[in-house]
Design a protein around this ligand. Sequence first.
Ligand code: 0A1
Ligand code: ZN
Length: 894
Amino acid sequence: MSDNAPTVIHRRDYMPPPYRIETVDLHFDLDPHRTVVRNTMRIVRRDGVPADTPLELLGEGLQLEAVTLDGVAAEASDADGRLRVAAGRASFELTVTTHCDPAANSSLMGLYVSNGNFFTQCEAEGFRKITYFLDRPDVMATYTVTLAADKEAYPVLLSNGNLVESGPLPDGRHYAKWVDPFAKPSYLFALVAGKLVALEETIQIADGTPKLLQVWVEPQDLPKTRHAMDSLIASIRWDERRYGLPLDLDRFMIVAVGDFNMGAMENKGLNIFNTKYVLADQQTATDTDFANVEAVVGHEYFHNWTGNRVTCRDWFQLSLKEGLTVFRDQEFSADMAAGEGDAAQAASAVAVKRIEDVRMLRQTQFAEDAGPMAHPVRPESYAEINNFYTVTVYEKGAEVVRMYQTLFGRDGFRRGMDLYFQRHDGQAVTCDDFRQAMADANGADLAQFERWYSQAGTPRVAVETAYDAAAGRYRLTLRQHYAEDRRSDTPADPLLIPFAVGLLDAAGRDLPLRLNDEPESAAATTRVLALTGAEQTFEFVGLPIDGATPTPSLLRHFSAPVIVDYEYDDAALAFLLAHDSDAFNRWEAGQRLATRALLEMAQTLSAGGQARLSETVVDAFGKVLADDTLAPAFREQALTLPSETFLAEQMIEADPGAVHAARTQMRGRLAEAHAALWQRIYEAHRTDGPYRPTAVDAGRRALRNLALGYLAELPDAAAATLAETQYREADNMTDRFSALGALARIGGTAAQDALQDFYRRFEHEPLVIDKWFALQAMQPDGAARTIDTVRRLFTHPAFNLKNPNRARSLIFSFCAGNPAAFHAADASGYAFWAEQVLALDALNPQVAARLARVLERWRKYVPTLRDGMEAALQRVMAGARSRDVREVVGKALG
Ligand code: 0A1
Ligand code: ZN
């Protein structure tokens, strides 16, 4: 491969296609080594396009057999992944016959074989690996698909839409014919063939029509499908209730596959899922796994309207479907968790979901936005679109959608959604179209809001406060800006930021808030201020005269994806942690307190000093620990310290070793200072009755296992005994795996025995063996260095680099999930990383590029680590062949 920079595609160059493809009739003769695809298309030249414009269809790795135009063999040239046909007519039927080799396809894009069965993955540009096509999302066609295959090896034959015909063929073969009545882009095409079985259920939707639901898996996995089915039914009900959006096909299928690059895929009527997000039972899946299945099933189902019925005009608009659908799945999960208890429990469950989402956004998206891959929610350019399935497009995109709801309320947001579907059902559209629907439905001007789509980087809002006790007035000055070292040349103009605030009085109660030009009736305890200028002052009036200075609660419920700069002192944070009525901000106060303490400790340790944890922090955490009025799930979040990755990102020069040492010291101190409380929490939070993966029970287990983790920090043998007993007696994976984690941290022979036992118990459960690899890869260096364990596990018979879940469980867990060990001073982690990126590059560029991104922030680290990282990046740049990896590493070094 040459060193030439890959071709960059720009958003501004968008042109509609010269031809439309209206119908597609696909015929597959499935064979693992030579699958023949006959593709008959009805094609129409668009109005105004000159008659001599050649038709150019895209293809990749295809062997061309024949081309016919209106039934007659046609002239076609096939070069550089393009099939050129001089059609010369305004409307015609083109048949292209090709063959490909699915068994040799390790990229898992296009048509491939996994464990003997056939699957496809077409988003974003995989359809061109199946047949020549105008493989772009603004070409929408209706599809008829006939699958023919050996009946014994492939008894089940599935594609999008409805099954219209099936039957035997000569030579032990059979066929099935599927018709999808909805026009769709090629990226939503799918087929599945093989030895699979289904859990089935027929439900009635609101209008009374019956719908057949199926979850297809390998036979041994059938007992693990109930939760996915329940999640699907719940998703269907939720979308009808919340948005009035019904299931539009007679049947809806989910299929699980063990080899998959991502989480899942929303192919029309035939969603294909990574097994990790379908299979779940008490013995093998944790509470988090159960929650993830529910969220991903919801996500893919919700795409049926936001993505499929209305799709993207081009891939720059990816967040149109992804940001919106992530927002929808977040709301769905929150409602599902809230549905279980009383009003207080519901509010707490909603806050916990928000906390989890924001934790992840800040740890990953804020870092992405500050690094060399920073891009706006709607990117301006890309070399490889697969590299733009990012946390910015997904999670920041979801925050942008959430802000519409924050600005207009749930009803206003619903009006915008209704108008969006009224205008655009069946179309391929842009982020601007969505924003316009929101604006028009709410009579609002959202011109400034466009900047959220076009500006990269995380905005910062600096806050200044002034209290005039004698007048009962409180002034809040907000200034927005981007960090000086923002690594993006997109504009940096002021954004419309919905900034939710509250004020607490000295007793911790919310004060009613009224702006100085408002009537008294307008007072509410949380106000969403619309910050539009670079600097703006808001004044609250009518506060008690001569009261104590109120404490501000800023950016409640994380009302915008920004960083708030405000000089809270430790006492104010401890006060908010104890009293804020906004549960999100209660958690936030604790995190700020812990973050500041941890960063000071890390700084001291980094400079070779001795660190001490402030007693204010120890006490504040002790109060949360002792507060039995708080929901267990919330308490668990409040007592979980910020991650090492997040902390390292907050340093001017990241020092993962110092961060790890500081965090370990703080955990130790909190364990020791509150040992009796941890013990009490552990005892008080057993879950009675049969295992249920509900948010309430999961919260109890989470808190109890957090307590076990803290107890395991103590230098006595009691925790080891607790953990061993819990490991042995657990009736579910959450408790068993947490106990294993605690034992592994304590180390010694008990840990070794438990790890061995765990492997033997679950040897035939691939998703559990993934956990087993991951747990070991994420251990801090101890008696053995983790890099040595990882290299040893790499040669384990159960390790398989070609399986993305397995590769992630060992390699990504070490490189991305174990910063202190990975960033060892001798660069041993970096050498391992470079080897693995290059090995994966030859097999599966998409997965390789994800791993490559681990080192993109190399300039952020302490100088002693930078050289090793740069050398490893250079090594990968010299050896990588894929556009995917070259784009990532090129930007990192650039
Ligand atoms: N649209 C899917 C994500 C997805 C993207 C690319 C894939 O290629 C391997 C697979 C899935 C979603 O948002 O769930
Ligand atoms: Zn999606």
